[in-house]
Design a protein around this ligand. Structure first.
Ligand SMILES: Nc1nc2c(ncn2[C@@H]2O[C@H](COP(=O)(O)OP(=O)(O)OP(=O)(O)O)[C@@H](O)[C@H]2O)c(=O)[nH]1
Ligand SMILES: [Mg+2]
Length: 423
């Protein structure tokens, strides 16, 4: 009996040891299969959905041919929307078709000649410029005003909205009359006449000058990317590339959750709509958030919101950031700011002085000073001095750059240093 007991207790002990081992293994497994709830937050058009696409491209299986074809409609809709925006802006800004802006008077910096960007150069981020901008801003502002005035005079002399003649005004008429209904059927394409009309106006010097003033109206950032490549994207056999998908613009109106496994961590990534009306939908997703990527379009310093056509986009981004980063519910959430659209920012700095929109900025108007200034403006909004907020300067449509950035983000989120960083 005694031996029986001892055998039983030995068995029980062995079983209990096994259970303990299993529990430990499960615990290890649980630790190993860490889940991270991540929100992509930020105002509208800052690049949240673009980053989500990058997650899928870099860590997922990418896009199938069927999914790619699904983007065709959105891309063609982008093309027509951009063409319409330009054509309407020609009348609101009072620019005649064929307008050739007179060369700007040179300053000591000799940089005026570059004030009007040509569409051919707009797809590529340019090399960092020197200290152009702050010194010339005042004179250049006057010069640009003079050119705008001469455009307006020429506009009225040419017959204004309804009486301009020639191929471009005729093409503009076709674009104005184009219905967006083709957008709803995947197999339908944009009528040939509309495509030809878009090509005609995009070549027009007046439209190009109008494009150089795009901050004065609402125009998608992907405008030049697609309008420079119309032959390719309107080919019946066209299948969107990764880059085309990344550059396409579809406003988010439904919050989505995407699960992405990176090594042993399962990321639950939530992409939200950033425009004001969309933000009402955010709150139910605020519980138990491990990390937030807060997107800022640093290039939007000279633009106003789509929602009210009045508020500076970066001012809005700062107000929103302040409410997010100081919200008690996010007290222990890792916050990483992506100062995005750095490619557009670099190009814009050559012609648009930051001081004109943010007089606090003391220049010089270059990438280093400009990006450091805006980063510091955001970081200063954090009321908890002990908390570390991470900042990255990003180009969301560039997979190579984002791959590196996301690898660093992964390290930040999974590293134990987070605890020491006020989390
Ligand atoms: N050139 C350039 N374009 C970018 C960059 N990031 C995003 N875009 C473009 O900007 C547009 C808006 O990007 P989205 O990702 O749709 O912006 P969002 O934040 O999801 O906008 P909402 O859904 O309205 O909140 C798209 O056409 C993108 O291709 C960037 O770093 N550089
Ligand atoms: Mg979106």
């Amino acid at each position: 009996m005694g031996s029986c007991v001892s055998i039983e207790s030995a068995t029980a002990a062995a079983q209990s040891k096994k259970i303990d081992q299993n529990i430990k293994a499960e615990q290890r497994q649980a630790k190993f299969q860490q889940t991270v709830k991540m929100l992509l937050l930020g105002a509208g058009e800052t690049g949240k959905s673009t980053i989500l696409k990058q997650f899928k491209l870099i860590y997922g299986t990418g896009y199938t041919e069927e999914e790619r074809i699904g983007y065709k409609t959105a891309i063609l809709a982008n093309v027509v929307t951009c063409a319409k925006a330009l054509v309407y802006a020609m009348d609101s800004l009072k620019i005649p078709y064929g307008f050739e802006p007179p060369p700007l008077k040179e300053t000591a910096s000799g940089a005026f000649g570059s004030a009007f960007r040509s569409h051919a150069s707009l797809n590529q981020p340019e090399k960092e410029s020197g200290d152009t901008g702050s010194v010339r801003s005042l004179n250049e502002g006057k010069e640009l005003g003079r050119v705008a005035k001469s455009a307006e005079e020429a506009y009225y002399a040419a017959g204004g909205e309804n009486r301009q003649s020639g191929p471009s005004p005729k093409a503009a008429q076709v674009i104005r009359g184009c219905e967006m209904s083709f957008c709803f059927g995947i197999d339908e394409s944009v009528p040939e006449e509309v495509i030809e009309s878009i090509k005609t106006v995009w070549q027009d010097s007046g439209i190009q000058y109008c494009y150089s003033r795009a901050n004065e109206f609402q125009l998608f950032d992907c405008c030049a990317y697609f309008l420079n490549d119309l032959d390719r994207i309107t080919d019946p056999k066209y299948i969107p590339t990764d880059s085309d998908i990344l550059n396409s613009r579809v406003m988010t109106t439904t919050i989505t959750e995407t699960k992405i496994k990176i090594q042993h961590v399962l990321f639950r990534v939530f992409d939200v709509g950033g425009q004001r009306t969309e933000r009402k939908k955010w709150v139910p997703y605020f519980d138990d958030v491990d990390a937030i990527i807060y997107m800022v379009a640093i290039s939007s310093y000279d633009q106003v919101l789509v929602e009210d056509n009045a508020t500076n986009r970066l001012e809005e981004a700062m107000t929103l950031f302040s409410s997010i980063c100081n919200h008690p519910i996010f007290a222990s959430t890792a916050i990483i700011i992506f100062m995005n659209k750095i490619d557009i920012f670099k190009t814009k700095l050559k012609t648009v002085p930051i001081t004109k929109y943010f007089p606090k900025f003391k220049g010089p108007n270059n990438v280093d000073k400009g990006s450091a200034f805006f980063a510091s403006q955001f970081l200063a909004l954090n009321a908890n001095a002990k908390r570390k907020i991470y900042v990255h300067f990003t180009w969301a449509t560039d997979t190579k750059q984002i791959k590196k950035v996301l690898a660093t983000v992964y390290q930040i989120i999974t590293s134990s240093n987070l605890k020491g960083a006020g989390m």
